[in-house]
Write a protein that binds this ligand. Structure first.
Ligand SMILES: Cc1cc2nc3c(=O)[nH]c(=O)nc-3n(C[C@H](O)[C@H](O)[C@H](O)COP(=O)(O)OP(=O)(O)OC[C@H]3O[C@@H](n4cnc5c(N)ncnc54)[C@H](O)[C@@H]3O)c2cc1C
Length: 426
């Protein structure tokens, strides 16, 4: 006969675990209602559950201690960076603990000559770039919000600059990770090319906290470009704008960012971000970076391709303030959508298709989101032409309202468009 041991009920295990956690981690463990509520959900999805406690880790050892204790008692732990993920990632299961990394904000090393650095996982991208200011280097991956670099690793974040600099996958050289049982491992290193052993770094980047908790990250840095220039081009027709973006990528223009917003998203963003000089029609946002001669060449090719596809005149934003205003409007697209329908929740996910099918996908999905009960679609195509990533948030009322069920019922369409589209949430 096997030796069967009975595990106490989850609630009893939690009581014992909390007592142990408080013994080892003291005030880093909080059961305060407001703290737990703030860790019960991320952005968007109407999905929230209170954790039994929140642990504010400050070191790799704290994370290791917390995981070892919880692992031994079968208590689930969910990592929490800044909570900006939009697909229910940080919502804990029942009787679980939220492990908050946001106090781990040290820059541990900057190797300017090798263009890399090592940071703790709770540091935000903005804070890292502020601390790198005097080095002439920066970290380019930009998912918009004040996300932590650990959360960005875990979600393999992309964002507006990915078309030029790549996603987290291309910009993480190594990691320190705490496994579920508290064991600490190191992956990768500082060298850019290595054919020795398994590529564990890539396995953890994008694993969304399911394989281990990342506590330190070795990041690749880039030189701040000599010249930056931003422009927008508006189109009467969505297909023309998509074709322009695709042709820019196919022509090999090393554009720093290219983003598309459709007429409905533009109307929302004009109202929310005060872009009164623009019309509520499909718009491409561009950023060009590099040496002045290279920027001139990129601009010339882009203007030619846009013109060939019926683009209207380019509007330029050359000063840092103008550029920031434009890109802030893009990053605020999510909030602009939310503001259109007070009391509603935004649901967003990604669709991924080969670049040649992008225009077709957008056109095919549009009518679906014009169904009665759904708000119109808000295409938000982020630095993604290269990845053919398409986020299409729709809004729906909460609760038992039947429009909510209708919108949720549309998800399978998102996920399975001609065998290509892939939703990244569950
Ligand atoms: C307005 C808006 C725009 C956005 N635009 C983009 C975009 O363009 N591109 C994009 O990629 N994302 C985008 N996002 C989503 C979000 O910002 C990213 O997913 C971001 O990388 C999440 O980082 P975070 O620190 O907030 O992580 P959290 O939301 O706290 O966590 C995300 C996931 O990672 C896990 N996790 C967090 N920290 C760790 C860690 N140290 N170790 C292991 N697992 C961990 C969590 O358990 C969770 O599963 C956007 C979000 C908003 C609100």
């Amino acid at each position: 006969m096997p030796n069967v041991s009975f595990v106490p009920h989850a609630a009893d295990r939690l009581t014992a675990v909390l007592a142990q956690l408080k013994t080892y981690l003291g005030e880093k463990v909080s059961t305060n209602h407001a703290v737990c509520e703030a860790h019960s959900h991320g952005e968007a999805l109407d999905l929230a559950r209170m954790p039994a406690a929140v642990i504010f880790a400050q070191t790799t050892e704290d994370v290791s201690t917390a995981l070892a204790i919880c692992h031994a008692a079968y208590v689930p732990v969910v990592a929490f960076g800044a909570g900006t993920s939009v697909e229910g990632h940080v919502t804990p299961p029942e009787h679980a603990i939220s492990l908050d990394l946001s106090r781990m904000t040290e820059v541990l090393q900057v190797n300017a000559a090798d263009m890399d650095c090592r940071v703790q996982a709770g540091l935000t991208r903005q804070d890292l770039n502020a601390r790198l200011r005097d080095t002439g280097l920066f970290f380019p991956v930009d998912p918009g919000g004040e996300a932590t670099l650990g959360g960005m690793c875990a979600t393999r974040a992309s964002g507006t600059a990915a078309v030029h600099y790549g996603t987290m996958k291309e910009n993480v050289l190594g990691l320190t990770v705490v496994m579920a049982n508290g064991e600490v491992i190191k992956t990768g290193g500082r060298v850019r090319k290595s054919s020795t052993g398994y590529d564990l770094t890539s396995l953890f980047v994008g694993s969304e906290g399911t394989l281990g908790i990342i506590t330190e990250i070795q990041l690749r840095l880039h030189g701040i470009p000599e010249q930056l220039s931003a422009a927008i081009c508006q189109f009467e027709n969505l297909e023309d704008a998509v074709r322009t973006a695709v042709e820019i990528i196919q022509a090999g223009v090393p554009i720093a960012r290219v983003e598309l917003m459709d007429d409905v998203q533009m109307a929302a963003s004009i109202r929310y971000s005060g872009l009164d000089e623009l019309r509520p029609i499909t718009t491409l946002f561009f950023e060009f970076a590099g040496a002045p001669a290279s920027v001139r060449e990129q601009v010339a090719v882009t203007e030619m391709l846009a013109g060939d596809n019926n683009g209207l005149a380019f509007a330029w934003a050359d000063t840092p303030d103008e550029r920031n205003r434009l890109w802030k409007a893009r990053h605020n697209a999510f909030w602009a959508v939310k503001a259109l329908c007070p009391g509603a929740r935004v649901i967003s996910t990604d669709c991924i298709v080969p670049i040649s099918r992008l225009a077709e996908l957008i056109v095919a999905l549009r009518p679906i989101f014009r169904l009665p009960g759904c708000r119109p679609p808000f295409w938000d195509m982020s630095g993604m032409v290269i990845f053919t990533r398409l986020s299409s948030p729709t809004t729906a009322r909460r609760g038992t309202d039947r429009r909510w069920s209708l919108t949720v019922g549309l998800w399978p369409v998102h996920w399975n468009w001609k065998g290509h589209a892939v939703g990244s949430t569950a």
